[in-house]
Design a protein around this ligand. Structure first.
Ligand SMILES: C[S@@+](CC[C@H](N)C(=O)[O-])C[C@H]1O[C@@H](n2cnc3c(N)ncnc32)[C@H](O)[C@@H]1O
Length: 176
């Protein structure tokens, strides 16, 4: 009985921890919402993703962008701050059978290693405006960034913007 009590306490503690971190990520940068498959495909087409390229999803949610990137012949790394969404993304990647080409990292997207990325996928709120400086100083020349819906960057101008079905937009940026 005592053993199960300890297990229950640990589980409640982990749940609370995950809840607090998830709320913190939502308040500081963006809450969770999942991109519809058609929008993910449109984003990969907009950046003209080529086989073998590396896609980083900054705030990868349930990992669906990573799976789509791998199915398009690329590799994927997703960064996610919420512990339970990180776990969900790991499961998504495993279930899709793509874990040899997709990795999920539990951590802050502002600490993501993006130096080798060919494409960065961003669906955050304008609270993530500091991301512009990171992308501009760390992405390699020619890397593309696709931003869903929100004008996240204060000064960087998109090369192209197109509407997505159901409202909102996708914008393409290119590193000099
Ligand atoms: C709008 S969702 C996008 C999910 C996914 N990219 C998609 O398009 O389906 C944004 C995600 O970013 C995560 N997030 C917010 N702030 C973060 C941070 N500082 N570091 C890592 N992930 C963060 C949230 O937990 C949420 O899962």
């Amino acid at each position: 009985m005592e053993f199960f009590g300890v297990i229950a306490l640990v589980l409640v503690g982990l749940g609370l921890f995950s809840f607090v971190v998830t709320v913190e990520a939502a308040v500081r940068t963006a809450p969770f919402a999942a991109s519809p498959p058609a929008v993910v495909q449109q984003a990969l087409a907009l950046v003209e993703l080529a086989p073998g390229e590396l896609v980083v999803d900054l705030g990868c949610g349930d990992g669906r962008v990573l799976v789509a990137a791998v199915r398009a012949g690329a590799r994927g790394v997703g960064y996610e701050l919420s512990p339970h969404r990180t776990a969900l993304a790991v499961l998504t990647v495993r279930r899709a059978g793509v874990r040899d080409r997709a990795k999920v990292v539990w951590g802050d997207l502002f600490n993501a290693d993006i130096r080798d990325a060919d494409v960065a996928f961003v669906w955050l709120t304008p609270k993530a405006r500091a991301l512009e400086a990171k992308l501009r100083s760390e992405l390699k020349p020619g890397a593309r960034v696709v931003v869903r819906s929100n004008p996240v960057f204060p000064t960087w101008k998109p090369e192209r913007t197109e509407p997505v079905p159901g409202g909102g937009s996708l914008s393409l940026y290119r590193q000099n």
